[in-house]
Ligand binder design. Structure first.
Ligand code: S3P
Length: 447
């Protein structure tokens, strides 16, 4: 058990940030590397895997499902896959902790094999909707029971020859899309997922990297169609995980809002379905230079130089939401330091993340003296001066914790944040890394 002391971090007004910061590996790609490596024939080596709590929950679940996964002394992970039909029913429930991606993608894996598994998670994950995943998996032939309301615990009895499906998703969600694609690997025939806008396509790219046939196109109404040929075989292929743009986002905004700052972040993932925040910040007047753009391990990456900038408000269009879905909490901090009222639209999905991110950010900003309005699918933040001198709860949400700590860098009085242990899920070393740039985030042992 962690004491409350470990869980509390205090962020104080900082001088200019400068230097280079190491950003850990991409969370989405790390989950997928472990999962697809486990389904492949042969040994997959992964460099740069995120070793945060969420990804480690997925690793432990895959080991319980029969994969062999080890880390060598150089920090390279070796995944000995069992093939798309080779998993075993785990002895105990699979506890995915705080990880929505882990639990949802693994549901797809189990649904397409002749095995049975029960999924559980922490307090936050146990409140998040799972019917969006289990509904299509039932249509594909899995037998599924869940707690009332489609919540965890969920038990899935898979089907070794699932039915191919054409599924029109109501929301643009990479987790829904990926769960279906993973179950469809063992289906006879082609399966198609159609989403209203393109969500991150790391599953599609990595499935191709492992030798599977996946086709994508965007139609004239901006809907994204993904088609996978079933009865697929995955062949082990090495993976280099780029630095996570969603983690880099905190350092980027910290540098933009802290006067005099000039920082560099290296090897950041630049998949265009993940860079909506950069586009938005640039429209707000941010000085961000993309340097050394290159392809590493099949993924576009670049180094980012970020300098303090005077930001102005904009309206962020709804169709951009999928490409920056995890970045609205930290964007709302940038908006609090911009002139004018920033309007974020089409963000209803934020209400079903690790917490209700619209409500929690709006209340936290208001407590710090910033004026915010919101409804079910939008939020408006008016820039102003941040009083601080308050204690805010992260509500089991790593991105909320890091966003409030970033606000503390420009606040008149320090901002204390409880529940910071959850930062470990996606960004181990966050506070120490930020302090390396010149931030003042204190919390004793938590550093
Ligand atoms: C993720 C997809 C997104 C995102 C999450 C990671 C993924 O969720 O919020 O942090 O790796 O597939 P949704 O697919 O539910 O939008």
């Amino acid at each position: 058990m962690q004491s409350q002391h470990h869980d509390l971090l205090i962020s104080s007004r900082a001088g200019a940030l400068d230097g280079t910061m190491h950003i850990p590996g991409d969370k989405s790609i790390s989950h997928r590397a472990l999962i697809m490596g486990s389904l492949a024939i042969g040994t997959t080596r992964v460099t740069g895997l995120l070793e945060g709590a969420d990804v480690m929950s997925t690793k432990d679940a895959l080991i319980a499902l029969g994969a062999k996964i080890t880390r060598d002394n150089n920090g390279i992970w070796h995944i000995h896959g069992v093939g798309t039909h080779g998993m075993i029913s785990p002895q105990a429930p699979l506890d995915l902790g705080n990880s929505g991606t882990g639990v949802r993608l693994l549901m797809g894996v189990v649904a397409g094999q002749d095995i049975t598994a029960t999924f559980t998670g922490d307090e936050s994950l146990s409140l998040r909707p799972m019917a969006r995943i289990t509904d299509p998996l039932v249509q594909m032939g899995a037998n599924i029971t869940s707690r009332e309301g489609g919540l965890l615990p969920v038990t899935i009895q898979g089907n070794a020859s699932p039915l191919a499906i054409t599924y029109q998703s109501r929301v643009a969600s990479a987790q829904i899309k990926s769960a279906i694609l993973l179950a469809a690997l063992n289906a006879r025939g082609n399966s198609v997922v159609i989403e209203p806008h393109a969500s991150r396509d790391h599953s599609e790219s990595m499935l191709r990297h492992f030798g599977t046939s996946v086709r994508q196109h965007i139609d004239d109404r901006l809907a994204h169609h993904v088609e996978l040929s079933g009865e697929a075989q995955l062949y082990a292929a090495d993976i280099m995980v780029p630095a996570d743009p969603s983690s880099a986002a905190f350092a980027i905004v910290a540098a933009l809002i802290t006067p005099g700052s000039d920082i560099t972040l290296t090897g950041i993932g630049m998949n265009p379905l993940r860079t909506g925040l950069l586009v938005t910040l640039e429209e707000m007047g941010a000085d961000i230079t993309r340097q050394n753009a290159r392809v590493e391990g099949g993924e576009a990456v670049a180094d980012l130089r970020v300098r303090h900038s005077s930001l102005h408000a904009i309206t962020v269009p709804a169709e951009r939401a999928a490409s920056m879905i995890d970045e609205y909490p930290i964007l709302s901090i940038a908006a609090a330091m911009a002139t004018g009222t920033t309007n974020m639209t089409g963000i209803a999905e934020l209400r079903v993340k690790e917490t209700d991110r619209i409500k929690v950010m709006a209340e936290g900003l208001a407590t710090c003296g910033i004026s915010v309005t919101y409804d079910d699918e939008s939020m408006q933040v008016t820039g102003g001066s941040v009083a601080g001198g308050v204690t805010l709860s992260a509500q089991h949400d790593h991105r909320i914790a890091m966003s409030f700590l970033t606000l503390g860098l420009v606040s008149a009085a320090p901002i204390s944040v409880t529940g910071c242990q959850t930062i470990e899920t996606s960004f181990p070393g966050f506070a120490a890394g930020m302090n390396g740039l010149g931030a003042a985030i204190d919390g004793g042992d938590a550093l």
